[in-house]
Design a protein around this ligand. Structure first.
Ligand code: ADP
Length: 264
């Protein structure tokens, strides 16, 4: 290679390095902007849902007072409207609580530590015990769950929501039949929560993890459409994966893949 060729090549390399540096700076700036916008959106959701609680409490409280203390002086139509206000504000209260839970996830830095899943499951079944008894549900739960690299609060949210849904979406007149299993997979564990409930059509398998996506009326199956969005966010924050297998009328299996803890 001649001197001129060498000089040209060096110049070319210098130019390339300059462009690379400019590109890196641009990516850094855009990432910082995105992180800022994300942070603002999170705190906006948090403060809006937080601040909506007090006025809603007033609406629902006064509506209840009128509907109870002054029921006799209301015509049937008036009573009906007040019952509607109370019902709608109860639903809005549930939406606000779930939205708060959703926006709180990941607000604090997530600390992934070895966490035994057995203890988590015990806590959850304790909390859900009343609902389990009321619905005559049959639960088949594993006794040998491993330790995962995770965050206790997020793990509780994941399996509470999945079991809660398995308890809710059963066929009318058929008590919920729920089975939970675990299986090792290359440094990970896959926990599956299966039910024999109403199932989900294939076209909705991706959509149900989006916030506010619901497939039923409030009267048929009550809910907010936020539970699975919480599950998805919690799984992602723990470097896991989440997918569903389901067919209408046969039931659903929600699979959560999580990294195993050190001492698993
Ligand atoms: P919610 O249960 O409050 O509506 P989710 O985000 O937990 O909200 O679930 C979204 C939708 O996915 C539900 O409305 C329901 O249609 C469907 N779904 C979730 N879990 C199940 C399940 N185990 N069986 C059948 N459908 C389910």
């Amino acid at each position: 290679m001649g001197i001129r060729d060498l000089t040209r090549q060096r110049k070319f390399e210098e130019e390339l390095q300059k462009y690379q540096q400019q590109l890196e700076q641009l990516v850094e700036e855009r990432t910082a902007e995105l992180q800022m916008a994300n942070k603002e959106l999170k705190s906006f959701t948090y403060s809006v849902s937080h601040d909506l609680r007090a006025p809603l409490r007033a609406i629902s409280g006064f509506a209840q007072i009128i509907s109870q203390r002054h029921r006799a002086s209301l015509k049937e139509e008036g009573q009906h409207y007040f019952d509607n206000i109370i019902e709608a504000s109860t639903h809005m209260g549930m939406l606000i609580e779930d939205l708060l839970k959703y926006s709180q996830i990941g607000r604090k830095a997530v600390d992934l530590v070895p966490t035994p899943l057995g203890g988590i499951l015990e806590m959850i079944t304790d909390t859900l015990s009343e609902r389990i008894a009321e619905s005559n549900a049959q639960l088949d739960l594993p006794t040998d769950l491993p330790t995962v690299m995770g965050d206790q609060t997020l793990l509780v949210q994941i399996f509470t929501n999945l079991l809660d849904n398995a308890l809710l979406y059963h066929k009318p007149e058929k008590p919920p039949l729920i089975k939970m299993t675990s299986q090792f997979d290359d440094g990970h564990v896959i926990i599956s929560v299966s039910d024999k409930g109403i199932g989900i059509a294939l076209e909705y398998h991706g959509k149900i993890f989006n916030i506010f996506q619901r497939l039923h009326d409030q009267d048929e199956y009550p809910g907010t459409g936020i539970g699975l969005a919480i599950v998805k966010k919690a799984v992602e924050l723990q470097k896991g994966a989440l997918w569903v297998k389901s067919s209408p009328g046969r039931g659903s299996t929600f699979n959560v893949k999580l990294p195993l803890g050190n001492n698993a």
